[in-house]
Design a protein around this ligand. Structure first.
Ligand code: UDP
Length: 239
């Protein structure tokens, strides 16, 4: 008998890093195509999915302001970068036959619907994958925080955070071979331990206050998203 997923509706956070695959910068259509297959397989399990895209592979507000730009302007540019990624993901998902609705927090009616909470929920109920671009539409925050907000307002059971490592470690596993991986972690630890950088503190705090689970998994491992949805021991669950 087929196992049932543990989650009914999730918010998947794909950072810009996931969109660039192995490139230094920008979008890697091949890797995005692989991501689309992983998302579609998860969706076929009967899980409703909304996706928030990051933009760090193209532009981050903080980087712009460090180079002398007006900070708010730079953040709006960062939000536009997230819409680039959202469009690329929509394209890849549609090419593989998924029905997708793109909604943006900054209105762009030629290319997307505006973000409308109840409409996004309805799309998911009807079996459409919802891609959310533009973060929250407000400067000075990140798409991690945006993802936590959207997960809460869309009634998601958890935020699934895609990363390039297997989960949350006690230290950077790339730099420290002794770093230990956690299977589960408390919100308190994730919030107060400064070495844990899986999501920014504002996002972790929002999840903690609302008891919204964070599931961290490796985007590069084929099938990891499905396994995490089944509740198997991949990645790290912060709860
Ligand atoms: N951003 C913003 N408001 C939001 C979401 C994003 O101002 O609600 C800007 C911010 O400057 C951020 C950039 O968009 O640096 C790209 O998003 P982020 O850095 O979160 O992308 P990721 O790290 O996930 O690739």
């Amino acid at each position: 008998m087929k196992k049932k997923p543990k989650y009914k509706r999730i918010l998947l956070k794909l950072s810009g890093e996931a969109m660039r695959g192995k490139r230094e910068f920008g979008i890697d259509p091949q890797f995005i195509s692989y991501l689309a297959s992983e998302i579609i397989s998860a969706h076929k399990m009967g899980v409703q999915i909304a996706i928030v895209t990051g933009g760090g592979n193209i532009f981050r507000g903080v980087a712009g302001s460090k180079r002398g730009m007006d900070e708010a302007t730079a953040h709006y540019m960062g939000m536009l970068a997230t819409i680039f990624n959202a469009m690329a993901l929509q394209d890849a998902l549609e090419k593989k036959g998924a029905v997708v609705r793109l909604q943006t927090a900054i209105e762009m009616k030629q290319i997307a619907e505006p973000f409308i909470r109840k409409r996004a929920i309805r799309h998911m109920e009807k079996g459409r994958i919802v891609v959310l671009g533009g973060g929250t539409g407000l400067p000075f925050i990140t798409t991690d925080t945006g993802a936590a907000m959207r997960a809460l307002e869309l009634g998601c059971d958890a935020v699934f955070k895609a990363t390039k490592v297997d989960g949350v470690y006690s230290d950077d596993p790339v730099k420290n071979s002794k770093a230990k991986k956690y299977d589960t972690l408390s919100f308190k630890e994730a919030f107060k331990n400064d070495r844990i950088k899986v999501m920014d503190k504002a996002a972790v705090e929002l999840c903690m206050r609302n008891s919204l689970k964070i599931v961290v998994f490796n985007t590069y491992k084929k099938g990891a998203l499905e396994k995490a949805l089944l509740g198997e021991k991949v990645g790290t669950v912060i709860e």
